[in-house]
Design a protein around this ligand. Structure first.
Ligand code: NDP
Length: 303
């Protein structure tokens, strides 16, 4: 079997196209959606992510602004910036780009974001609403994956889903969304024994681990749909070649790294029925759902 490649970039474009008209309609009524971004420090990946998000705002006509603070910023300074966005009527969504530098109390920062502007879905109030199956703002990556599954016609109800990873931003909300969509869900993590035996039971396997190429053919049940959330920078040419199944030295020379998923695509492709690529899979969907949440915040929640 050769897996169908699930084109997350195309789905993301479709979602953004649908949003464009709504942004125009809201703007015509004097409510131009606005996203306030906070970037602390000089992590190169964070800067790239913020740029992708603000570029998507520009495509859609969403107002955006980015406040930047130095890597040495104290928690109190970060809180003050968030509070500034909380008070602004023209800022409907707030994005605090993670990770924050180690001296900053991330939990405290996420807790003071106005839950009505929490377009990343990280505030405890929004997490609680998700747990109760009354979702308001749901973390963008798992919400994007659900959209992809729905639009690709991949059945969830009644099927066995295994999520590898239990982070607050991907694994846990992913498991809840699949559960609410009537899958039978198992969550794995670094202490799971016999990982491959567990993941091989999955009709739908989501890998959100942060370990390049960890999920191999032996982890996958023949015919399963596999979603690869991982975004790992691989700098070693030998490792990049092994993981990609082909030479990537051109890309390495250009960028200094190759972006690889948590799934070993060359072997998993031969076993799975469907697979999201990296890049061009989950990444663009995350951004599209951030836009969707921002428009929803500007509209005032109705879904
Ligand atoms: P975290 O590091 O927060 O969580 C990783 C999870 O994987 C943890 O629960 C950890 O277990 C588990 N894990 C680690 N090693 C193993 C192992 N050997 N076997 C089984 N489980 C393991 O990462 P995130 O959830 O934030 O991100 C995961 C990946 O997804 C990363 O590559 C990240 O870059 C990517 N990502 C991509 C996004 C996108 O838009 N495409 C958005 C967000 C993340 P434990 O809890 O026991 O430590």
């Amino acid at each position: 079997m050769t897996a169908a490649i699930l084109d997350g970039a195309a789905t993301a474009r479709a979602i953004k196209d649908e949003l464009k008209a709504e942004v125009a309609a809201l703007s015509a009524r004097g409510v131009r959606p606005g996203l306030g971004v906070l970037l602390v420090g000089d992590d190169p990946s964070s800067a790239v992510y913020v740029r992708s998000k603000t570029r998507a705002c520009e495509e859609l006509g969403i107002h955006h602004e980015t406040a930047t603070l130095p890597a040495s910023a104290a928690t109190i300074e970060v809180l003050a910036r968030v509070d500034g966005y909380n008070r602004r009527k023209d800022i409907h969504g707030i994005l605090v780009q993670l990770p924050l530098p180690p001296q900053v109390d991330t939990e405290r920062v996420l807790r003071i974001v106005d839950p009505a502007k929490d377009v990343d879905g990280f505030h405890p109030e929004n997490v609680g609403l998700l747990v109760q199956k009354r979702p308001r703002f749901v973390a963008c990556t798992p919400a994007g994956i659900m959209e992809l599954l729905r639009r690709e016609g991949i059945a969830v109800a009644g099927r066995r889903a295994v999520v590898v990873g239990r982070s607050d931003i991907v694994g846990k909300p992913m498991a809840l969304l699949l559960l609410h969509a009537d899958a039978t869900v198992t969550v794995c993590h670094s202490k799971t024994r016999e990982l491959a035996a567990v993941t091989r039971q999955a009709d739908l396997l989501v890998a959100a681990i942060g370990r390049p190429g960890l999920v191999r053919a032996e982890h996958v049940k023949p015919g399963a749909a596999v979603v690869d959330v991982g975004m790992n920078r691989v700098e070693d040419p030998g490792q990049a070649r092994e993981l990609a199944g082909e030479d990537r030295s051109d890309q390495l020379a250009r960028k200094g790294y190759v972006l690889m998923g948590d799934v070993h695509a060359p072997t998993v492709r031969e076993v799975a029925s469907a697979l999201t690529p990296v890049p061009g899979g989950v990444g663009p969907l995350t951004i599209a759902l951030l836009m969707k949440n921002t428009v929803k915040a500007a509209r005032g929640f109705s879904s």
